[in-house]
Design a protein around this ligand. Sequence first.
Ligand SMILES: [Zn+2]
Length: 130
Amino acid sequence: MTTGSYLVDEIGLANENLPAACDSCEWVGNAGETKDIDSTALDAGDPSPVGRCPECDSLAYLDRLQDRVIDHALQLFDCLSKLATATSNLNAAQHSGRNITADEWSDLYALTNQANALLTKVRGDHAAER
Ligand SMILES: [Zn+2]
């Protein structure tokens, strides 16, 4: 097991035309546009960066469509689970005769909008896949 920082002699060069994205800002481009990393600390299991963002100098990674699709799908699942819980709570409130608060309606509305936005992202991923 590695217990301290270590140096990697050489990083395999990515195809310069592969899509890349910054982890910190909104920059997207391709691998060839990123700057040299020089040195950085990575933890075991971290994805390997392709370079530094030309805009903010943070680490940038290859934009792997599959990772994005899985990430968006997991976020959508999480959101739908919260939506189901919120709906169930509202239903229980109505059955018990309790008034539903404005905050509860507002949360439900926000979750519905969030689910819709995530669904749009998943659709976009699917379109990009073809
Ligand atoms: Zn950036």
